[in-house]
Design a protein around this ligand. Structure first.
Ligand code: GUN
Ligand code: ZN
Length: 428
């Protein structure tokens, strides 16, 4: 059966950082979805309603907005219960709060329950695609994949890889990590919504042997992703310099082991040098900005414009548990404020791009999800502003739909999200 969803439709037709007028907002809009869960058409209600046949059910979302499913390009599964821990910066926070919390995921029953809650929480906040650092424990990471499969979340994940710089319980040898990664990769191969990623935590947690293993697997497996943290805090950068005195800079450590390329997403990169930015662009790697995490850990203010000028694709991530928001929708409001402090002003279309099509493109999924182009997977969520009296009053005073979208992005929390669809099926 086909479906026709009615509401105010907003999405990006292109990249608003490179071209104007690509934000499309259709006030009395309609989204027509085929029985295979793919977009048949997007347009105005008056054009599409007469075109559908009796094999289409109509869903009227009165007063609601229909928006492309959100892409959270970076967060941590085993930090689900650790959001909002007072801290004194990245390295001591990892040691004192995060490593003990991540150690709890050795307990399979605990991990199973956490995985179900984690996935359902993401879906309820409008996220349809998430790139997630899984657990160091294979059973817990498998629980995450299983949960995503059953609940219908598009997931990129794998084991958080560490073989040094943390408690023994969290360390895997490169040999074990390789064998487990190959198993998870094989599992994902038959699953349309699941993708495997190599996740060497960061340079301080991975030995040359672990980084070599990651570089080899990345090279030998074309569909495989890689994510790692970089240039997040000054203290971290100084420690990496000490550990790798021969490397030109932080990025050079990853470059040396063949970790850069179009399937690589580098997390944070706040304190990047110009030569690092040039090399990231040259290799086609992308960067993920996690503003609330950067503020909460006191890591710094991300240089968005320098990345843009270097022609680097960017995505947004919540970085839960350093980030405070479970929804990348709320994360975009933080991105706006951080760039205001750097005198760079993001428009409503640019913000929506970062959390939808831009994020999907940075993850190599731009042909499958991110906007309402015909043939793409119908990944979207329904935002109902009337859930909040003030939001309704405020929207009534907006001069146009783009201003309404901006107000929604600044003021809506996930309580206004009333439905999330992946491949045309309601999830979460
Ligand atoms: N760098 C290495 N590990 C982490 C982590 O878990 N969170 C953040 N924010 N940075 C990291
Ligand atoms: Zn992170």
């Amino acid at each position: 059966m086909n479906q026709l969803h009615l509401g105010t439709v907003a999405h990006l037709r292109g990249n608003p950082f490179r071209q104007s007028n690509c934000l499309e907002i259709i006030e009395d809009g309609a989204l027509w979805i085929g029985g295979d869960g793919r977009i048949l058409a997007v347009g105005s209600r008056t054009d599409l309603l007469p075109a559908i046949g009796s094999d289409t059910t109509v869903h009227s979302h009165d007063g609601a907005w229909l928006l492309p499913g959100l892409v959270d390009a970076h967060l941590h599964f085993p930090q689900y219960y650790t959001v909002a821990a007072a801290n004194q910066g990245l390295l001591s926070w990892l040691e004192e709060t995060i490593f003990p919390a991540e150690s709890e995921f050795k307990n399979v029953g605990f991990a199973n329950k956490a995985a179900n809650q984690f996935v359902s929480h993401l879906l309820r906040t409008g996220v349809t695609t998430a790139a997630v650092f899984g657990s160091q424990f294979p059973d817990a990471t498998m629980a995450l994949f299983e949960s995503a499969k059953h609940q219908g979340l598009r997931l990129i994940s794998g084991l958080t890889l560490m073989d040094q710089g943390g408690p023994k319980a969290l360390l895997n040898t490169p040999e074990a990590a390789k064998a487990l990664s190959l198993q998870l990769m094989a599992y994902c191969r038959g699953e349309p919504l699941l993708h495997f990623a190599l996740l060497p935590r960061f340079a301080l947690a991975c030995s040359p042997a672990m980084l070599t293993m990651c570089g080899e697997l990345l090279k030998d497996n074309p569909g495989c992703y890689l994510q790692t943290h970089i240039n997040e805090s000054l203290e971290e950068i100084a420690a990496v310099k000490k550990l790798h005195p021969k490397s030109k800079h932080y990025l050079d450590v990853y470059d040396h082991y063949g970790l850069l390329g179009p399937n690589t997403l580098l997390i944070h990169n706040i304190h990047a040098r110009d030569d690092e930015l040039r090399r990231i662009a040259e290799t086609g790697s992308a960067v993920c900005h996690c503003p609330s995490s950067n503020l909460f850990l006191g890591s710094g203010l991300f240089p968005f414009k320098r990345h843009l000028d270097a022609d680097i694709a960017m995505a947004l991530g919540t970085d839960v548990g350093a980030g405070l928001h479970f929804s990348v929708w709320e994360e975009a409001a933080e991105a706006y404020k951080v760039q205001q402090l750097r005198q760079y002003h993001l428009s409503p279309g640019q913000l929506l791009y970062l959390m939808t099509l831009g994020g999907a493109r940075a993850l190599g999924l731009g042909d499958e999800t991110g906007n309402f182009e015909v043939g793409k997977s119908a990944d979207f969520f329904v935002l109902q502003p009337q859930k909040s009296d003030y939001l309704t009053q405020r929207l009534n005073r907006c001069p146009d739909l783009a201003s309404q979208l901006f107000v929604l992005m600044q003021l809506t929390n996930f309580c206004c999200i009333v439905g999330t669809y992946v491949r045309g099926v309601v999830r979460g």
